[in-house]
Design a binder for this molecule. Structure first.
Ligand SMILES: [Fe+2]
Length: 390
C-alpha cells in the first residue's frame, strides 16, 4: 500500500529552450516597477544579459538593476532592502546562480516587513515572518541548488561566529520559475561541476531520506537518471551541448522539489557549519563529501539488509552501473567507486584549499546535523569523513 503523504504547492514552471523570452510579458502582467538582481558576471556571460534588460524595458517596465557578487549575507540583504523599502517595487526578478536566487527570494520577502533579516533567520532571530512578500520570478543560469523551487533562502555570515541559516516561509516559493537551458550554456566548467554535484547530492539525499514519499521518490530517481546521463557531459562539453544542459536543468529543478518535501542528509548537515566557519562554496562541500559519506552509509546499511534506504541505494547503484546481471553487493561496491571516480573526473578541490584543516574538524563536527540521513554516525566517524577530504 502507498504510505500517506502531503505535497505542497510549486511555482508556475516554464521550462524549455528560449523560454527566457517570456520574462518581460510575465513581469508586465504583475506591475511596472521591476527590481532585477543578477550575478556579477553570470547574466552577461550568457550573452543574453542585454537582451533580458532591453526586453524588460521594451515593455515599458521601470528596471532597477542590482548585482549580487557573493553568497548573500545579512549585510548584503539589509542594504538592498533599505534601498527599496518605500519604493513600491512590484516584482523582484532574479537571474543567476543559487546565490542570486536566494538573494532575490530574501529581498522579495524582506521589503514588506520590518527589521533586519537576521531577526527572522532560523536559529538566529526570534521574529516569525508574516509571509507577506513581493511577487518573485526566478530564472536560474546554473543547474544546482534548485532554489527556484524552494521556500527558503540561505543566508550566511562567515567568521568565528559565522553561520549559514535559512529564512523560511511557505509563501516564499517563487510565483514563477523560468528555466531556459540556453541560459546555462556559458556556465564555466568548474561551476558546472560544483553546482551539478549539489543537485546530485540533493537528489540522492532526498531519495534515501527517512522522510521521503512516493512523489519525491519518483522525481528523485528521475533526476538521478538525468545526472547519470548528463553531469559529465555538461562539465566536458557544456558550451555547446544543449541536451546535457537541459538534462541538468531538469535534475536541479527536481532536486529543489524533493529537498523541500523529503529533506536532506548528512552531506548537507556538514555544509552548514563548514560554510559558516570557512568561505567555501556550497557545491564544493557537496562534491567533496558525497563519496566518503555514502561509502560509510552503504557499509552501515548493509548490516540492515531490509532497510528501505539500502533497497533504494541498490536501485541507484544499478542506474549508475556500467554492467548488468551481477549480485547486489557488486552494484553497491561499484557505486562507491563511481562516486570517487566522478569526484576525480570533475576535478573537485579538497577542503584544505579553502582553509579547512584538522584543527577545524572538532568545531565543524560539533555543529553537524544528520538531518534526514537514514543512518547516524559517531563523532569519530564524522571526523574521519572530514579528514579524508582535507
Ligand atoms: Fe545543496
Amino acid at each position: 500500500m502507498i504510505e500517506s503523504f502531503q505535497f505542497s504547492s510549486l511555482p508556475e514552471i516554464i521550462f524549455g529552450k528560449g523560454k527566457r523570452n517570456e520574462l518581460p510579458g510575465k513581469a508586465k502582467s504583475i506591475g511596472k516597477r521591476v527590481l532585477l538582481l543578477t550575478g556579477s558576471s553570470s547574466i552577461h556571460n550568457t550573452g543574453h544579459g542585454d537582451e533580458i534588460i532591453s526586453g524588460l524595458r521594451s515593455e515599458e517596465l521601470e528596471v532597477h538593476h542590482e548585482v549580487i557578487a557573493h553568497e548573500p549575507s545579512t549585510g548584503i540583504i539589509d542594504r538592498l532592502v533599505d534601498r527599496y523599502r518605500g519604493e513600491s517595487v512590484d516584482v523582484v526578478v532574479a537571474v543567476g546562480g543559487g546565490s542570486v536566487m536566494d538573494a532575490g527570494k530574501a529581498v522579495s520577502a524582506m521589503i514588506p516587513v520590518e527589521g533586519s533579516i537576521r531577526d527572522y533567520l532560523e536559529g538566529i532571530g526570534d521574529r516569525k515572518h508574516t509571509g507577506d512578500k513581493i511577487h518573485f520570478i526566478a530564472m536560474p543560469t546554473t543547474s544546482g541548488t534548485g532554489s527556484e523551487m524552494t521556500k527558503n533562502a540561505v543566508i550566511s555570515e562567515v567568521g568565528e561566529k559565522g553561520f549559514k541559516k535559512s529564512l523560511r516561509h511557505d509563501n516564499l516559493i517563487p510565483e514563477l520559475a523560468i528555466i531556459d537551458p540556453e541560459m546555462m550554456l556559458s556556465c564555466p566548467a568548474r561551476l558546472t561541476a560544483t553546482a551539478g554535484m549539489d543537485a546530485f547530492t540533493q537528489l540522492l539525499e532526498s531519495y534515501v531520506s527517512n522522510q521521503s514519499n512516493t512523489m519525491t521518490d519518483a522525481l528523485a530517481l528521475q533526476g538521478l537518471k538525468q545526472i547519470k546521463r548528463h553531469l559529465l557531459r555538461a562539465f566536458l562539453e557544456g558550451e555547446n551541448n544543449l541536451e546535457a544542459r537541459s538534462g541538468m536543468a531538469l535534475a536541479a529543478m527536481f532536486s529543489g522539489i524533493t529537498l523541500a518535501h523529503a529533506g536532506l542528509g548528512l552531506v548537507h548537515g556538514f555544509a552548514a557549519p563548514l560554510g559558516g566557519v570557512h568561505d567555501i562554496p556550497h557545491g564544493v562541500v557537496c562534491g567533496s563529501l558525497m563519496a566518503p559519506v555514502f561509502a560509510l552509509t552503504i557499509d552501515q546499511l548493509m548490516t540492515q539488509p531490509e532497510h528501505p534506504s539500502l533497497q533504494k541505494l541498490i536501485i541507484v547503484s544499478k542506474v549508475f552501473a556500467d554492467f548488468k546481471y551481477k549480485q547486489e553487493m557488486e552494484y553497491l561496491q561499484a557505486f562507491k567507486e563511481k562516486l570517487i571516480h566522478i569526484t576525480t573526473l570533475l576535478e573537485l578541490p579538497r577542503l584544505s584549499e579553502f582553509g579547512v584543516s584538522a584543527a577545524s574538524v572538532p568545531k565543524v563536527v560539533e555543529h553537524t546535523s544528520h538531518k534526514q540521513h537514514p543512518v547516524t554516525f559517531t563523532r569519530e566517524q564524522l571526523s574521519e569523513i572530514l579528514l579524508s577530504r582535507i
